[in-house]
Design a protein around this ligand. Structure first.
Ligand SMILES: Cc1cc2nc3c(=O)[nH]c(=O)nc-3n(C[C@H](O)[C@H](O)[C@H](O)COP(=O)(O)OP(=O)(O)OC[C@H]3O[C@@H](n4cnc5c(N)ncnc54)[C@H](O)[C@@H]3O)c2cc1C
Length: 428
């Protein structure tokens, strides 16, 4: 196909996962009908390959797709269990299946061209972008919206991962409280370097997603995740004899202050994790992806360039860099850090802060709730590290490793994940 004339489109979406699915739905919702759209992804996403948890105001177009939502959540440490009322926000659970289904329906209405092939090279001449695909047609687009997973542009000062395993547990008897989710339960044994917690997202009194999560530099083994998750199940007082694991969910999300350039060249815009939508201090991504999808769709519907606002304000990225450093260098303990945040601020303020939506005055209040000395030390360390980084050659960032996936046949753990787009965007 490479010798034939390129397929001319207005918008090429490279990657058809979370960010692209939300964008397709937003384009449909905003009544965009006159754009030529191509979606390039070697995989056609469908079914339940992940569960998104996020907070926000109720009453959006996502409401009919939610599996559950909660006004109250728990944050637990060894010292106390705190029940937080999130009103006017709510915490919500959205499984990927309905999101992908809605995107597929939108794609049909938008009359988009689906190319089931990897995007390989992306060349932006400032007026058009040429995308060569592996085995599919070449695409020439006015704009490229690129959400292919990729490492950051250079190594960060702190490089952590959020990595987790979850079990969808079906219980014989009512054992879960569907009125309340567990947001973070820090009673899990803490790793030597990093933070761990469990959480529970109940869909009913007999069905819930129970996860074990670590924020730390390295992944566990398959057996390590199973042991940690079984330990958390026991901590919850759940009897394994009365439970069945219906599904297993594994994931790895970057947590780093390394840069994810959102506009690598004039007509290429990066979205999703690749575009910096993952909040470095928490790994939460969904709300920023949703917000940016809406902004891009509104811009296109109004005939403007599809460039969203930054996922998070610069000052939030700086605060995250300092917090990550304090956690990584041992200045602050993770459970204590999050406990103080929720102890000294209304839950709704903390959650808006984590979405990058607070005012500077609210952020001063948030910062005042952390322990001052370790934060000052981390701020000074961050400044010194930035200066050192300026003086030495750029270090490449490690790629985010794929999750460790359990082997149902019981052989050695293997790693698996979606194909990764590691090629560079070049601007001419
Ligand atoms: C299991 C899991 C659970 C998560 N849960 C939450 C959560 O609860 N809350 C939250 O806020 N965030 C969560 N996240 C983080 C984040 O929201 C998701 O990772 C989200 O899917 C990111 O969307 P994305 O479009 O950036 O990447 P993806 O959804 O991974 O999509 C990237 C797409 O690019 C495609 N691709 C790869 N290579 C190429 C190529 N060469 N050419 C074209 N396409 C290519 C892939 O096939 C894939 O479809 C979770 C992540 C995982 C993995």
């Amino acid at each position: 196909m490479t010798d034939s004339a390129p397929l001319d489109v207005d918008i090429a979406l490279l990657g058809g996962g979370g960010a692209a699915s939300l964008l397709l739905a937003a384009l449909d919702r905003h009544g965009v009908r006159d754009l030529r759209i191509a979606v390039v992804d070697p995989v056609r996403r469908r079914g339940q390959d992940r569960t998104w948890a996020f907070w926000g105001h109720p009453g959006t177009d996502l409401d009919p797709l939610l599996s559950a939502s909660w006004r109250q959540v728990e944050v637990a440490t060894t010292a106390r269990r705190r029940v937080l009322d999130l009103t006017p926000l709510r915490y919500a659970m959205l499984r990927s299946g309905p999101v992908y289904d809605r995107a597929a329906a939108a794609e049909r209405r938008l009359d988009a061209t689906r190319i089931v092939a990897p995007a390989e090279t992306v060349t932006d001449d400032g007026t058009r972008v040429l995308v060569r695909t592996g085995g599919g047609p070449t695409v020439r687009a006015a704009w490229v919206l690129d959400s292919r997973p990729r490492p950051p542009a250079r190594a960060g000062r702190t490089t952590w991962l959020q990595h987790f395993r979850g079990w969808w547990l079906a219980a014989e008897r009512p054992v879960f409280d569907p009125a309340r989710a567990v947001l973070m339960d820090f009673r899990t044994p803490q790793p030597p370097r990093g933070v761990s917690f469990g959480y529970v997202l109940p869909v009913s009194d007999r069905y819930a997603l129970v996860e074990y999560t670590e924020f730390s530099p390295d992944l566990l083994t398959d057996a390590g995740y199973d042991a940690a998750l079984a330990g958390y199940r026991d901590l919850l007082g759940l009897d394994p004899a009365g439970l069945r694991v219906r599904e297993v969910e594994n994931g790895v999300i970057p947590m780093t202050d390394a840069p994810f350039p959102a506009r690598p060249s004039p007509r290429v815009v990066r979205l999703g994790t690749a575009g910096g939508a993952t909040r470095p201090s928490t790994g939460f991504t969904f709300s920023a992806m949703y917000r940016q999808a809406d902004q891009v769709a509104r811009a296109l519907a109004a005939g403007r360039a599809p460039v969203p606002q930054e996922a998070y304000p610069r000052r939030h990225r700086w605060m995250d860099a300092v917090a990550l450093r304090a956690l990584d260098r041992g200045g602050v303990g993770g459970p204590e850090f999050f406990d103080r945040l929720f102890d000294r601020n209304p839950a709704e303020r903390v959650l808006r802060f984590l979405d990058g939506l607070t005012t500077p005055a609210e952020e001063v209040a948030i910062m005042n709730s952390t322990r001052l000395l370790p934060m000052i030390a981390a701020t000074a360390g961050d400044v010194a590290h930035r200066v050192r980084d300026r003086l030495r050659p750029t270090r490449p960032a490690p790629a985010v490793p794929p999750p460790v996936v359990g082997d149902p046949l019981g052989s050695a753990p293997r790693r698996a994940g979606p194909p990764r787009g590691e090629d560079e965007v070049t601007a001419r």
